[in-house]
Design a protein around this ligand. Structure first.
Ligand code: PLP
Length: 436
């Protein structure tokens, strides 16, 4: 069957089975059990290389893409990032520790978050974190104090809000003035916090950061953000003689979840951001800053697929149909959180006509435990069938929970026709491990 798959690592083999990274998903489900996260390692590397190459071609020396590891944080992904020469973003002591355990040098890590604890800050500095990205004075005070104790000057970027509406889901739109994140340029508070940071003896202010949102397809959002930020660099140079060395434009490029989603050519996008920055810098009379970006979703999303086994198939004549699976919001809470869309298949019945319109639902005691709605599945879909959900590499494993004391799935990496376990399946003993 000739389909327009959301990513080129998806296909169908002679047996009519869905393939991922060239491998038979029905066989993988049998070999490793379900629910199961698959990760196409080759695709992760390919996605990283697109950014690396575009950065080398378009931005000044010292610019780099950083993998926003909150999208999918586990030891092996940090090893892959290290091998590919990608910097990383981390948002908690847990992510820092995971990266450290994987042998990732923290000097190449940026520590984000709108509310790092004193312990987080001390832990990060003690372990030699490269940069902090901070957006409030309280935190700058603690960074300054801990850096002094450690006898270092800590590199810091300030997170600012350029005030841009990205037209994506409200909950993942972070560039607006009234956002929880960042310090607003419009209100004059950004200027104040820059001046404040410059008074801190043990802080080396390296520049500014902004992150306008996630799953962004809008044409010119990054250019618009870059323009506002460069003007701000120029403004601060005029006001107090401080010229930012770095400009971090955040993450957020959208990926294809369903066939109707657009397609973003990252290399082209980066080229046009570079043009905007070049022009704006010249106009503002400041040097072209070193550029950082923090792609998360666009590195790992289409490298992921989740496999489940169908349980009950419930048909309510005249109303709707449900296919229940052995996972759900515990391994993928994104529908419950944002009503996100997915492409789903009955992996073993790809060549059958798809006339069963149903919701793919989880096993949890929540009616909101839905993976996707209004999907056309093979009419003969029944208990025991392998069900596949595409583009689950970002914000699935990293948002997984043990609600209902459901164990989290294993993660299996696919690489050059081979497969290996990167995260083992949680056991019942794992679930009670912390109980006294
Ligand atoms: C979440 C986040 C990212 C990554 O966003 P994606 O949409 O996954 O690319 C980058 N930077 C910051 C500050 C973030 O909060």
């Amino acid at each position: 069957m000739n389909e327009n798959f959301v990513c080129k690592n998806i296909g169908v083999n002679e047996e009519g089975h869905l393939t991922f990274a060239g491998q038979d998903t029905v066989s993988l489900a049998k070999e490793y059990g379900t629910p199961l996260y698959l990760m196409d390692e080759d695709r992760i590397r390919e996605n990283m290389r697109v950014y690396k190459k575009a950065f080398a071609e378009n931005f000044p020396e010292g610019s780099e893409p950083l993998f926003a590891s909150k999208a999918c944080s586990f030891a092996q992904v940090y090893r892959i990032a290290l091998e590919e020469g990608m910097g990383i973003d981390v948002v908690s002591s847990g992510e820092i520790y995971t990266a450290m355990k994987a042998g990732y040098p923290l000097s190449n890590a940026h520590f984000h978050g709108n509310n790092k604890t004193d312990e987080d800050i001390a832990f990060a500095i003690r372990n030699g974190i490269g940069f902090f990205v901070s957006d409030n004075r309280e935190e700058l005070d603690v960074i300054d104090r801990e850096a002094q104790k450690a006898g270092i000057r800590q590199k810091v970027l300030l997170r600012l809000t350029p005030g841009i509406d990205t037209h994506t889901y409200e909950k993942i739109n972070t560039g607006l003035v009234d956002s929880k994140f960042g310090t607003a340029i419009e209100t004059g508070q950004a200027e104040e916090i820059v001046k404040y940071a410059l008074t801190k003896e043990n802080i080396e202010l390296k520049g500014y950061h902004c992150h306008v949102g996630s799953q962004v397809f809008a044409e010119d959002v990054f250019e618009e953000a870059a323009l506002i930020m460069i003007r701000f660099i120029g403004h601060m140079k005029d006001v107090c003689g401080y010229t930012a060395e770095y400009l971090d434009l955040g993450g957020g490029y959208g990926v294809r979840y369903v066939a109707g989603d657009g397609y973003i050519n990252i290399a082209e996008k980066i080229r046009s951001v570079a043009e905007t920055v070049a022009k704006a810098s010249a106009e503002a009379g400041v040097p072209f800053p070193k550029i950082l970006m923090e792609p998360g979703r666009s590195i790992v999303a289409d490298a992921g697929m989740t496999l489940y086994t169908a349980g009950s198939v419930k048909r309510i004549p005249g109303y709707k149909n449900y296919v229940s699976i052995d996972g759900g919001m515990t391994d993928n809470p994104r529908f419950a959180l944002y009503g996100s869309k997915y492409t789903c298949y009955n992996a073993g019945k790809m060549n059958e006509e798809r006339t069963l319109n149903a919701s793919l639902v989880g096993r949890c005691c929540e009616s909101g435990d839905i993976i996707a709605e209004k999907i056309d599945f093979a009419q003969s879909t029944c208990r025991g069938d392998v069900m596949a959900v595409c583009t689950t590499g970002a914000y699935n494993y990293s948002m997984a929970s043990n609600y209902n004391r459901v164990a989290r799935p294993a993660m299996v990496m696919l690489k050059g026709g081979e497969s290996y376990i990167a995260i083992r399946r949680e056991t019942l003993d794992d679930l009670v491990n912390l109980d006294i």
